[in-house]
Design a protein around this ligand. Structure first.
Ligand code: PLP
Ligand code: TYF
Length: 400
């Protein structure tokens, strides 16, 4: 019966970690998965999360099922964190918020909503994008196509291509946008470019669909990183936004996030929420409680909230330091005259090196540097001490 089932390919990102584990070389470096590491390259649990955990234990809360839509206190603070607590859309109860299984599960709920109520509508995703986006829309049977985003000539944004492709999409398409710290390129539009993107989306009656997995991690400020989303909302547009707490609170394995749909009336929001619940119910019934309690307690308590912000700044700051050190090492070691300034222009956890597949293979096979084949490196997995080694590897691979 199961004999006919073929082997599934490994995940291109998570598979890199497997290969890394199997390598015994002492200089090996895992720059594949986007997960924060300390300067000692160890996983990091935020102090504020440990504190919240301890308080939760003391409170001795029960393990009853959550409602389908998740923990009410979490849903309240997560929408406030994204849109701003005094945003009129919140006061007017125009946001349908449902707790999801982190960013991935929240995107999957939105994809199912699109499939059910906007049959045939297309989702436009950036080229390139986070690999799982295509899987999510494929599995939800939502047609998608790509818009131009990355320009290999400048290792920067192909803004004209992006605008042209969004303009050319059928009216009423869903435009998937990375709220901040674009994965995998680390290249974000400027505030002025965001305005033009919003103009075109509005003109074409498209729906902006934000994936915001790095709020606070791009600039170190939660508010600054939500500026793109808030600008679209301030224009009075209907907006979808999927949130994740994997990176900014280091809650990767807790699977905590949310889907938010900003509607034009409280009645529409209530109906959308009811349908999101209907989608969630036969998939997983109700979401896990622990991460939701941690987020609700940290965001809802001003002391813990301030501690969180300080730790996030520290993490974002460490990545920025590594970025500068890598740029300095590349610039001083490479005698070819190549301009490495793109490394400094990119933001967030990643740097897109522009290395092609053969060059990435050289990085791994010769230098034991593990990375995705699209040329992305996770700076969150790099330490100051390893920058010179990495620069040698990159320069050797470039001129290979
Ligand atoms: N979206 C983007 C762009 C990501 O990079 C990630 C992974 O970090 C996610 C969504 C979802 O991650 P998670 O499901 O852990 O929240
Ligand atoms: O891009 C990354 O590295 C993160 C981590 O199926 C990740 O988004 C990678 C693959 C995956 C889930 C998360």
């Amino acid at each position: 019966r199961f004999e006919g089932i073929t082997m599934a390919p490994p995940d291109p990102i998570l598979g890199v970690s497997e290969a890394f584990k199997a390598d015994n070389h002492e200089l090996k470096l895992n720059l594949g998965v986007g997960a924060y590491r300390t300067e000692e390259l160890q996983p990091y649990v935020l102090d504020v999360v440990k504190k919240a955990d301890k308080l939760l234990l003391e409170k001795g809360e029960n393990r009853e099922y959550l409602p389908i839509e998740g923990l009410a206190a979490f849903n309240k603070v997560t929408a406030e964190l994204l849109f701003g607590a005094d945003n009129p859309v919140i006061k007017q109860q125009r946001v349908a918020t449902v707790q999801g299984l982190s960013g991935t599960g929240s995107l999957r709920l939105a994809a199912a909503l699109i499939e059910r109520y906007f049959r045939g509508a297309k989702v436009l995703i950036s080229s390139p994008t986070w690999g799982n986006h295509k899987n999510i829309f494929n599995d939800a049977r939502v047609p998608w196509s790509e818009y131009r985003y990355y320009d290999p000539k400048t290792v920067g944004l192909d803004f004209e291509g992006m605008i042209a492709d969004i303009k050319a999409a059928p009216k009423g398409s869903f435009i998937l946008l990375h709220g901040c710290a674009h994965n995998p390129t680390g290249i974000d539009p400027t505030p002025e470019q965001w305005e033009i993107i919003a103009d075109v989306i509005q003109e074409k009656n498209h729906v902006p669909f934000f994936d915001i997995a790095y709020q606070g991690f791009a600039s170190g400020s939660l508010d600054a990183d939500a500026a793109s989303v808030r600008m679209f909302v301030a224009r009075g547009m209907e907006v979808i936004a999927a949130q994740s707490y994997s990176k900014n609170l280091g809650l990767y394995a807790e699977r905590i996030g949310a889907i938010n749909v900003v509607c034009s009336s409280p009645e529409a929001a209530a109906r959308v929420k009811s349908q999101l619940k209907r989608i969630a119910r036969p998939m997983y019934s109700n979401p896990p409680v622990h991460g939701a309690r941690i987020v609700a307690d940290i965001v809802g308590d001003s002391t813990l909230f301030n501690e969180w912000n300080a730790e996030m700044e520290m993490m974002a700051g460490r990545i920025k330091n590594v970025r500068h050190k890598l740029f300095d090492s590349l610039s001083s070691k490479d005698k070819s005259g190549k301009d490495w300034s793109f490394v400094l222009k990119q933001i967030g956890m990643f740097s897109f090196t522009g290395l092609n597949k053969a060059q990435c293979d050289n990085m791994t096979n010769k230098w034991h540097v593990y990375m995705t084949k699209d040329g992305r490196i996770s700076l969150a997995g790099l330490s100051l001490a390893k920058c010179e080694y990495l620069a040698d590897a990159i320069i050797d691979s470039y001129h290979n």
